[in-house]
Write a protein that binds this ligand. Sequence first.
Ligand code: NAP
Length: 313
Amino acid sequence: MNDVADNTNAAGRPMFDKVALIGLGLIGSSLAQVMRRENLAGHIAGATRSESTLRRAEELGLCDSYHLDAAEAVKDADLVFLNVPVGAMGPVAERIAPSLKPGAILTDVGSVKGSVIRDVSPHVPEGVHFIPGHPIAGTEHSGPDAGFAELFENRWCILTPLKGTDEEALNRLTAFWKATGAHVDTMPAEHHDLVLGITSHLPHLIAYNIVATAADLEEVTESEVIKYSAGGFRDFTRLAASDPVMWRDVFLNNREAVLELLGRFMEDLSALQRAIRWGEGEKLHELFKRSRRIRREIIEAGQDTAAPGFGRR
Ligand code: NAP
């Protein structure tokens, strides 16, 4: 956690005078809460498309002003976050573009970067610094109630700056993410989409698929699948419970990387199938040993708990 005083500027004011959050779901709500805790914004303007979400955000006291029109929220903002599904980034950027303040930083939190750059860039006015980003932090819950200030603590945030990005703007956005408790990396968008393809998108696809397969089995009833899920199945269901709109958009927008990785995955799965068919125990043992090592390294890197069953009691 950061000392509040660390995040004020020389004049003793918060890091940014006004921050606009477009989208107030899990990520938008978490950003609002950590900004409050760390004194990162003089004014937080929140916008969402539905009245019900806006009302809930207001009840939770997430922001200082509440808007159904995103263009109104971004007026005079120094930092603007797009926290909407990847497929909605382009239309939202188009809507807010004429109201963006010259010199403002425009960023996003979308899980795919190539498509967001493709869809948002054409709308970014001259003098506005567009720096795409993606915090590698989340849960299977969505909406404003799902947010919490600690979401980004000790997680990585990847920024994918475009050629010619203003260095000062990049430094300011990096400082913002660090103040949330995150570590920051930068990389090209294409590489981000491949890395996240294997670490996030493919695991979710496999989880969605295994849950569908289990639900469709005729010989095993759904109630048996649920009753005996502690055998391993339930660990997939956490991923498969993630927001359907968000994940539909991820697969539609990271198509090339996911298809490439899926091809590799299916080849490896066939090799496993073959090893099982031919009783090649040594091959299976070797592969399982390697997987265990990777799990250990994730724990050593502080990206998961060593407690059995992910810390479940
Ligand atoms: P969420 O909890 O479902 O919230 C989505 C927000 O976007 C809501 O304010 C919603 O408004 C708004 N929205 C939905 N569809 C829209 C549309 N077509 N046009 C305009 N606004 C729309 O989602 P989230 O988990 O915060 O995800 C937001 C972004 O963060 C996504 O791009 C996702 O890829 C990325 N991300 C998610 C995670 C994660 O684990 N969830 C992690 C890292 C990054 P209403 O509620 O008013 O309809």
